[in-house]
Design a protein around this ligand. Structure first.
Ligand code: UDX
Length: 461
């Protein structure tokens, strides 16, 4: 039944409760999804932690509800991935009761709750949903390819694939069938400093996803058709591929850091496709030595660059202190620009941007695909490793640095993407994907239709 609110907005009388994970790469897609579902007539309540809470003034059309009794929640110092993993364990135990309380209260109100949509990393909430007989849909913020990798994780552990990575032959050998694009070297990086906790989080996330009613993916069918087929064999729940979320509306306002808009005026002064954009997302941390290799790789490439250096992301420094004066005066003044945080979607869409050196967080990778910008890949952990492998070896829309951060290899990779004929091939392939993105969002396109199906599915509860 459709009703009209005082603001004149048509609603279908169904309230959805969305529970995001409080990290930038998870908040962005969840709030974008909330906007998409709101545009379909659902009323939206965002249940959130106090830590990294979204700014309600940017979303006056939603109701925001902080999870109560969690004032003592730890600040996980999110620059360290080990801490993120411990934080995930913590919230999935300590926040369960307060979340149950909130859901019970919302369900008892006149509006009720049609459905709960949580980030896949809120795996502890499935039992609450079962108890309350509330349908839970999982929103997986990354893609299907990397999920398949996570899902195979325990199987691979059993078959001893996580043994020694020291011998060169083993390192480059492919993994089990179905995971061919990945290799042992990817796995060695994947484990992080706390492999046991990381394994457990993955196992619980995969299990929680299997038990959910359905899964919403921020990806599109044309990109991962084979992977979707493979996924459906072990995960028979309905899958809704309705991405890329950020293309439904103008650039979102869920950034936790202020975006430096001078990035755009600086780009305005440059010729088309001439600038390399460099950013490693909201969590990756670098050693000082790696930071300097990046700086000299950029300098030696002689290409213009826009570089995001997040404050606190370089070990032992507040911001740019490790950079020698010579670099700042001669190189940056000449052809570089460094900011603390950029309006990334606008930067990637800018005509002057010709390449993206990224850590391959899924949002960054997808945003790059949507704008047809070829990539240089420096994955650090988790889904970034399979994402990078797909960019370089499967979709062939970029190159991956093989030796971490090493100035000669960086210089050569920048030239491959920005200058050489090879770069043109990457650009042609990624432009082709960009057109597919545009088509999938049009009426009758795969994501458009999947969104229609999702709306009907929720309304059927
Ligand atoms: C984290 C994980 O690291 C990533 O692997 C996972 O896929 C999602 O969660 P993060 O590292 O922050 O995310 O990377 P990413 O997924 O790329 O998300 C970063 C978001 O911040 C993007 O939406 C990007 O547009 C935005 N961003 C980044 C800015 O707005 N400005 C910047 O300067 C840099």
């Amino acid at each position: 039944m459709n009703t009209t609110t005082t603001t004149g907005k048509l609603t279908n009388g169904h309230r959805l409760v969305l529970l995001p994970l409080p990290f930038q790469g998870h908040l962005n897609p969840m709030l974008q999804l909330a906007n998409i579902l709101h545009s379909k007539g659902f009323s939206i309540t965002i249940l959130h932690t106090r830590f990294n809470s979204p700014n309600p003034t940017n979303y006056p059309h939603f109701t925001f509800l902080p999870i109560p009794d969690t004032a003592g929640e730890p600040n996980p110092l999110i620059s360290d991935v080990g801490m993120v993993i411990r934080f995930l364990h913590y919230i999935n135990i300590s926040f369960v009761d307060p979340i149950r309380g909130c859901l019970e209260r919302l369900m008892s109100e006149d509006d009720g709750v049609a459905c709960l949509i949580t980030d896949a990393q809120w795996f502890g909430i499935q039992s609450v949903a079962d108890e309350l007989k509330l349908p839970r849909i999982v929103h997986r913020t990354s893609n299907i390819s990397s999920f398949l990798f996570f899902a195979a994780y325990s199987r691979l552990t059993d078959t001893g694939c996580f043994g020694s990575f020291s011998d060169e032959e083993t390192k480059s050998k492919s993994l089990a069938k179905g995971l061919e694009p990945l290799n042992h070297q990817d796995l060695s990086k994947f484990l992080t400093s706390d492999p046991e906790s990381a394994c457990k989080v993955i196992e619980l996330m995969v299990e929680g996803t299997k038990r959910a009613r359905a899964v919403i993916w921020n990806t599109f069918k044309e990109l991962e058709e084979g992977e979707l087929e493979a996924l459906s064999q072990d995960f028979p729940n309905p899958h809704f591929l309705i991405g890329p979320f950020h293309k439904y509306f103008p650039a979102s306002s869920s950034s936790l850091l202020a975006q430096d808009q001078t990035s755009i005026s600086w780009l305005d002064k440059h010729p088309p496709k001439s600038v390399l954009y460099v950013s490693f997302g909201s969590i990756v941390k670098l050693e000082k030595s790696e930071f300097l290799e990046i700086a000299w790789g950029l300098a030696n490439s002689k290409q213009p660059f826009l570089w995001v250096v997040r404050p606190g992301s370089i070990g032992g420094s507040e911001w740019l202190e490790p950079l020698p004066d010579e670099f700042l005066e001669r190189i940056v003044e000449g052809r570089g620009y460094i900011v603390k945080w950029a309006p990334q979607q606008d930067v990637l869409a800018h005509r002057a941007t010709g390449g993206f050196w990224t850590h391959n967080g899924w949002n960054s990778t997808l945003e790059s695909i949507c704008e047809g910008v070829p990539m240089i890949c420096s994955p650090a952990f988790g889904d970034q490793l399979p994402n990078a492998r797909y960019v370089s070896d499967v979709w062939k829309i970029g190159v991956e640095l093989q030796n971490g951060f090493e100035r000669e290899e960086i210089e050569s990779a920048i030239k491959r993407v920005m200058v050489n004929a090879e770069g043109l091939e990457f650009r042609n392939k990624i432009t082709n994907l960009k057109w597919k993105v545009n088509r999938c969002l049009e009426k009758g396109g795969s994501s458009y239709s999947s969104l229609e199906d999702l709306v009907s599915y929720i309304l059927s509860f």
